[in-house]
Write a protein that binds this ligand. Structure first.
Ligand SMILES: C[C@@](CO)(OP(=O)(O)O)[C@H](O)COP(=O)(O)OP(=O)(O)OC[C@H]1O[C@@H](n2ccc(N)nc2=O)[C@H](O)[C@@H]1O
Ligand SMILES: Nc1ncnc2c1ncn2[C@@H]1O[C@H](COP(=O)(O)OP(=O)(O)O)[C@@H](O)[C@H]1O
Length: 301
């Protein structure tokens, strides 16, 4: 019998170590190259199976009605797929979300919540999707969802759905939340966005890392120039953190981060971050923590 509950399920944040915009698809979506890095700071979700088929979010998320929540929408998609495969309605689920990640922060919070929910429900409902099938199910809801289900640091291409595992350095990050929510669409549709960065190869990134041990010395974030122009608090955070080494925005912003070889380096900088900003340190992860938890039963792979 599968369990009826899964509590304390992590939904970690991601950082985009670099993010290049290489072009645009016919449908207007931008072609990217990026390295996604998982870190040990994020939201926490709790799941309890319901027998009446309802999916309910039991916690409030200001500004996001339950029906719009990526978690609820992802679970509805999984319910439909369950019914198609098994010829009977799917069970339901109560979901509680302890939200720590800021919205519009470029940390992938909503996508990570949805990915954790898909992995948990696939297990609790015994839906039987494999990892690739779960990734494909999540993609239409958000380009970052497949990465979180993939569950390891990755070089991504396309709109973020073509993933290859990549080794990154073990390190500590300091992340500053500049206190603004950046809408991804506003960055991608900006006139000044450069969309013609020359494609790189995964080997270029790996070779750089081996010779320099410097996570942020490679590439750039092409979305950063536009985001700092439109959102001055992001520019201020980049400038402040940049005085301690490479500082870069993650995703479409607003959060800004820097990498440190050891925890002491991160702690020292965190201690002097101006009080007007929320800031935290996080360690790099090699695997998504849900994978270790669910693989006990061989469910994810
Ligand atoms: C930029 C990235 C990098 O990891 O993450 P975030 O910073 O949002 O976390 C992702 O590509 C975010 O992808 P996704 O989560 O699907 O973006 P959405 O918020 O749904 O996209 C909002 C809008 O941005 C534009 N958009 C988005 C992704 C993309 N590759 N090209 C685009 O042109 C589209 O107009 C889309 O309608
Ligand atoms: N569970 C969720 N957590 C956060 N945001 C969500 C969630 N569900 C839907 N959203 C919507 O997705 C938007 C992007 O949020 P998020 O994924 O946290 O930021 P980003 O894409 O910048 O990393 C939010 O502004 C919100 O409207």
């Amino acid at each position: 019998m599968p369990p009826r509950s899964l509590h304390d399920c992590p939904a970690p944040a991601k950082l985009n170590l670099f993010l290049h915009v290489n072009g645009r698809r016919d449908d207007g979506y931008h072609l990217l190259q990026t390295v996604f890095q998982l870190v040990d700071h994020g939201d926490t979700l709790h799941f309890d199976v319901r027998d009446d088929g309802q999916v309910r979010r039991t916690t409030d998320l200001p500004g996001v009605p339950a029906e719009h929540d990526l978690v609820v929408r992802a679970l509805r998609l999984l319910q439909a797929e369950f019914a198609r495969r098994h010829g009977r309605p799917a069970p339901g689920l109560d979901v509680a979300i302890d939200k720590r990640l800021p919205m519009g922060g470029g940390l992938g919070g909503g996508s990570s919540d949805a990915a954790t929910a898909l992995m948990a429900a696939n297990h609790l409902w015994q839906a039987g999707l494999n990892r690739d099938e779960l990734m494909a199910l999540g993609l239409p809801l958000g380009a970052d969802i497949p990465f979180f289900i993939f569950g390891q640091n990755a070089f991504a291409e396309g709109v973020g759905e073509r993933l290859q595992p990549v080794d990154t350095a073990d390190c500590w990050y300091v992340v500053i939340e500049p206190g603004v929510a950046v809408p991804t669409a506003a960055i991608f549709c900006a006139r000044d966005l450069t969309r013609d960065t020359k494609p790189v190869r995964i080997a270029d990134f790996s070779r750089h890392l081996m010779s320099q041990q410097d996570q942020l010395g490679f590439g750039k974030n092409d979305l950063q120039a536009v985001a700092t122009q439109l959102f001055p608090p992001v520019a201020e955070a980049v400038e402040w953190l940049g005085s301690y080494g490479h500082a870069r925005m993650t995703g479409s912003g607003s959060c800004v981060f820097s990498a440190f070889a050891d925890e002491a380096g991160a702690t020292a900088v965190l201690a002097v971050v101006p009080g007007k900003w929320v800031a935290w340190k996080a360690k790099s992860l090699v695997r998504h923590p849900m994978h270790g938890r669910l693989q006990v039963d061989g469910v994810i792979e």
